[in-house]
Design a protein. Structure first.
Lengths: 632, 314
């Protein structure tokens, strides 16, 4: 029997219950023993504009998404237009039969640029500018179009508010029925999705029944999907996983200013300030909870986090590109005065306000070069849920150990990826404390009596010492003495050498796949799991490939990266930016010049199919630069 | 340092670092008043922290024998709030200039009024940016020409007292750098007040401000408390409207007579730290700075599944 591999897209208006539908579908499948992997795409808008979730459902844990999807569910007519090209022969399109008379010119929420592209396509094929035209396009391509009478089915079964309140449940229910998932799991999905609103569970379950009944009585019914024992897991996004990791890593003070796609981390933490403890904490009296502060701006957020660190608190902030730009000066201060602070940096499409709700990896060089002057900082990056959790813990450890700002890069794709995480190992990462000061009299906060550059850490409330962003002496007072300046610069920068020496290679760079391969991909961030999948796909086709995956950019594992790349044949750099920033970093640190690129900067996540296709084009020497364009 | 001094009242809050302010600078008076207040309160030097911004005022923490942070231009308040909220047992003093707090840091000045986290802001007001050679500060009146300006000031001035009151500070006062006794008393009162405080200190800049000189101030200032009926303290919510109104109107007086003293003190507004204690019950007892985050073997004590139970699928 072929392994279940369902690719699914659910689209509808923002604020139209897409999240509930997604939650319900995810839960139904996970309770049936499946794994799901989904990415949420949305506009910078509260209500009305098009949003969607792109899913993959497998028994094994999926690592990537692909187009075309097997089923597309349209909760509004816009979805049919926006995703015209995301379906192909053999796909099913489910939509509300009421859309049949919808004209494209009434789709006011589709931006004029997108509208123009759709009209051009329809015109070229001599099709009308309406739903009928799109449906004709689907039919001519060999796509099954399935019209469901949404209002009729809902009005016949529930009498609780307007019918459109249930569109999302009906869409999700129809999808599950069409896929052959048993109804009991669909009901469980409803119970989970509406856990906080038990009153609406009953009527939504009636809608599920209606959907299943409709499909059963139609010629659409398919074979029942197998179910598997479901193991306990957590349904996490990258935002959730990072929040969880930071909390486990001892975070007790977080600041933020609202910004997409970072604030979900902080608001989640805000709702869990009174955290729950493990049994090993039973004997620990001094435990309480977390403080999350919504600040007046990002200048305040970084500097308040710096301030909290001065009392010995493990503190952090989270932001995205525009906020990070404002934080640069505060990060420089933390570098100069040796403050342990973590900045979780969720990258989105830039520059400026850019694409506020879309993906980007264009801030790597900015993170490496944050702030004026030369000061030590660490730059790390995560690529999947587990890394978000454990890097969240490690980021705080690094900050404490090396007394410097740690910038933790995560991209929007990963922040908004939904994934089922099977287990969280509370003993995987030990909590590292700062180098505690034992001499409270005549304390030298910036003692030069250190080989590794790490001076004893002082804590307000226990130690008297001074701090200044000016160059300073061992006590922390301002100095402009030329010799002291040299010593302090060297002491601070020495800490990066120490970090490089102490941190194991697997936290800096990892080679996935065979050591000797025809193709070596280089990437970082959310493309990690996608490229691991790509390697397996290529292997099935008889092509050997491996992946040099980068996790730490400062300190940079130059020697190892050079060793791997010198043994490689065809090197392809894969990034979600226009200029190949990681490749530039590699060239800067190793002198190796990567010449082949697969890049994407339209703000959408990369998919398996487009990477495979581009790889072949590069292998056949058709091009050295592939710019990916998929995604609505 | 002189830590470990048995009698806390004899601790020397001034250290041996050479002060490099100009002779006649009003900042000297502020240092004297701060150290007097701390000595008078028999403050444990470990329990107080000085946080400053940039400029002449920014150097103050270096001259005090307590933990001190000389931060970035405009950012003293966020640092101070970070210290205060992570360890509310500490008394946190903010020392900033008029440019620092009311221009580059104005957003934080207003934001802190809303928070009321309990930091005490001492605002050094000499109407000029001294360390960059005398440009107009946001407290210099429109049309005023001090000697360092090329032309009369083209911008209007901010009244620090009205701005502080409008922002929500629950303790608002004005002092004069040469009236050290009164300033010291106000600082003590502010430290004892639970919420956040703003103390505007009028002071001369003998090098760059030749208008608002020591004598200019001496001829004009008068103390609010000299009027025995002056009572700016709100202890019941229903007194607030009238006392806020009276204090606000009084603060508008400027020119031949300049009032100094406490304009407004409201003890009915809960501080941010008390608001937090309503969410995390043990917060005041075990604030972030005093919490243990790992067990004896160094492992986390946070239960990821119970904490994020809504994400658990079983």
């Amino acid at each position: 029997m072929q392994e279940t591999d369902i690719n699914l897209l659910v689209g509808g208006p923002q604020g139209g219950g897409i999240d509930s539908a997604a939650n319900m579908i995810s839960m139904a499948f996970s309770l049936a023993g499946y794994n799901i992997y989904g990415i949420r795409e949305f506009h910078s808008n509260i209500k009305g504009r098009h949003s969607y979730i792109h899913f993959r459902i497998m028994h094994e844990r999926p690592k990537s998404l692909k187009y075309p999807v097997d089923i597309m569910v349209a909760l509004d007519p816009d979805t049919l237009f926006e995703h015209m090209f995301d379906v192909a022969k053999g796909s099913k399109v489910v939509y509300d039969s009421a859309f049949n008379t919808f004209n494209l010119k009434n789709a006011r929420m589709i931006t004029s640029d997108t509208m123009g592209r759709i009209q051009d396509e329809l015109a070229e094929k001599n099709l009308s500018f309406d739903v009928k035209g799109v449906l004709d396009y689907f039919k001519s391509t060999g796509i099954d179009v399935i019209a469901i009478p949404f209002d009729k089915l809902i009005n016949e079964n529930v009498h609780d508010g307007p019918a459109n309140r249930y569109y999302n449940t009906l869409g999700a229910g129809t999808t599950l029925a069409l896929l052959g998932l048993d109804e009991e799991h669909a009901d469980d999905g409803i119970k989970f999705a509406f856990k906080k609103k038990p009153k609406v569970v009953e009527s939504n379950i009636k809608v599920i029944r209606a959907a299943y009944d409709y499909v059963e009585k139609s010629p659409l019914k398919v074979a029942t999907l197998p179910t598997y024992p479901a193991i306990p897991r957590m349904l996490l996004t990258g935002n959730d996983a990072t929040a969880l990791g930071k909390l486990m890593g001892g975070l007790r003070f977080q600041t933020y200013y609202p910004i997409t796609p970072a604030s979900d981390e902080s608001t989640l933490l805000e709702s869990h300030e009174d955290m729950k403890f493990l049994q090993n904490a039973d004997k620990i009296v001094n435990k309480a909870g977390l403080v999350v502060v919504q600040c007046e701006d990002e200048l305040s957020a970084i500097n308040m986090a710096n301030g909290a660190a001065l009392t010995g608190t493990r503190s952090a902030t989270a932001t995205s590109g525009p906020g990070f730009s404002l934080m640069a000066e505060g990060i420089g201060y933390a570098g100069m005065t040796e403050i342990p602070v973590v900045i979780t940096f969720y990258q989105r499409g830039g520059p400026s306000t850019g694409l506020p709700t879309r993906n980007g990896q264009a801030d790597l060089l900015f993170a490496l070069n944050t702030g004026h002057g030369e000061f030590p900082k660490m730059v790390i990056s995560s690529g999947d849920m587990e890394e978000c959790i454990y890097d969240g813990m490690k980021s705080l450890n690094y900050a404490q150990r090396y007394q410097m700002p740690v910038i933790h890069l995560i991209d929007k794709t990963l922040a908004n990826t939904m994934d089922l995480v099977p287990e969280i190992d509370v003993k995987k990462v030990k909590i590292v404390k700062y180098n505690e000061n034992t001499n409270h009299e005549n304390f030298k906060r910036y003692s030069l009596d250190t080989e590794n550059g790490i001076s004893p850490y002082g804590v307000f409330g226990k130690d008297i010492f001074w701090m200044t962003g000016d160059e300073h002496d061992e006590l922390g007072h301002v100095t402009e003495d030329s010799a002291m300046r040299d010593k302090m610069m060297e002491k601070r920068m020495q800490k990066l050498v120490t970090a490089d020496r102490e941190i194991p290679l697997e936290d800096k760079a990892v080679l996935y796949g065979d050591e000797n391969a025809d193709i070596t991909y280089v990437t970082w961030g959310s493309q990690k799991s996608l490229l691991i999948d790509t390697i397996s796909e290529l292997k099935k086709q008889g092509i050997s490939a491996n992946l040099l995956y980068l996790r730490m950019f400062e300190p940079f594992p130059a020697e190892y990266v050079a060793k791997v790349l010198k043994n490689s044949h065809l090197i392809i750099d894969v990034e979600s930016n226009m200029t190949g920033q990681a490749a530039k970093v590699i060239r800067m640190f190793t002198g190796i010049n990567i010449e082949n690129f697969i890049l994407k900067y339209n703000g959408r996540h990369m998919t398996l199919d487009e990477v495979l296709k581009s790889t072949k084009n590069i292998m056949e020497k058709k091009t050295a630069l592939e710019v990916l364009q998929e995604g609505s | 340092m002189q830590k470990g001094v048995e009698d806390k009242g004899k601790y020397n809050f001034r250290n041996n670092i050479t002060i490099d302010w100009c002779p006649g600078c009003g900042d000297f008076g502020i240092v004297s008043a701060v150290t007097q207040a701390l000595s008078n309160m028999k403050m444990d030097p470990d329990d107080v922290v000085a946080v400053s911004g940039i400029g002449c005022s920014g150097k103050t923490p270096h001259y005090l024998n307590i933990a001190g942070v000389h931060t970035l231009h405009g950012r003293a308040i966020p640092y101070a709030v970070g210290v205060k909220l992570s360890n509310p047992n500490l008394n946190v003093l903010v020392m900033g200039g008029d440019g620092d707090l009311l221009s580059i840091g104005a957003g934080h000045f207003v934001g802190e009024g809303r928070r009321n986290s309990g930091v005490k802001v001492i605002l050094y007001n000499n109407s000029v940016y001294g360390l960059t050679k005398g440009q107009a500060a946001p407290t210099l009146p429109l049309g005023e020409k001090v000697k360092s300006l090329a032309r009369p000031n083209i911008m209007g001035k901010i009244n620090p007292i009205t701005l502080a009151m409008a922002s929500g500070y629950s303790f608002v006062a004005r002092a004069f750098s040469s009236e050290i006794k009164q300033l010291s008393y106000i600082i003590e009162r502010a430290i004892k007040h639970e919420g956040s405080a703003v103390i505007e200190v009028l002071q001369p800049c003998p090098t760059y401000n030749d208008v608002n000189t020591l004598d200019w101030y001496r001829q004009r200032v008068y103390k609010l408390e000299d009027d025995k009926s002056w009572d700016p303290v709100v202890n019941k919510k229903e007194e607030d409207e009238e006392k806020f109104d009276t204090g606000y109107r009084k603060s508008l007086e400027w020119g031949d007579h300049i009032p100094i003293g406490i304009f407004y003190e409201n003890n009915t507004i809960p501080s941010y730290t008390n608001r937090l204690a309503g969410i995390v019950p043990e917060y005041l007892k075990y604030p972030p700075a005093l919490q243990e985050v790992a067990d004896k073997d160094g492992y986390t004590i946070v239960d990821p599944i119970k904490t994020f139970s809504e994400k658990d699928v079983e």
